[in-house]
Ligand binder design. Sequence first.
Ligand SMILES: [Cu+2]
Length: 184
Amino acid sequence: MAVRILVALACIVVMLRLSKAAVYKVGDSAGWTTIANVDYKLWASTKTFHIGDTVLFQYNPQFHNVMRVTHAMYRSCNNSNPISTFTTGNDSVTLTNHGHHFFLCGVPGHCVAGQKLELNVTHPVSFTPLSDPPISSSLSPPSTTTIPAAGVPGPSPNHAASLPSAAAAVVYLLVFLVFANFIS
Ligand SMILES: [Cu+2]
């Protein structure tokens, strides 16, 4: 019985760790500003962003704002047609897709002065070969071969071997086994 409880506790710890998305305050203590000459490129380069993470822009809304823009607009500091605009001074942006995300301050002169942020939401470590052959069960990493066919949603082929989905599946399996043990 003690072993079962330990296994259950271990599962809970794993689940908490998996579900814990990070929150990154842009510019750290300096925040989103032109005053401190923050190198936002450098700031972003020290982080590893994942889907579900949040970036928090904190600034004085009297002087700044946040615009999410395209790469071209980011490069040219063009604020004429942002994808979205944030103006509260305490703006959280949750990263929901992979790839590069571009932000700038839309107040004239600020982007040119360096108040712009590019960050890259990286793909999780993939076990699939780069040559992209058809996905088959033989290519799955060992951790996913233990997943029962029923009860676990099939991941999309492009992300079949991505680390989070595989890890989540393993957790689902562990939880299932624990519950199966408890009710037996
Ligand atoms: Cu500004």
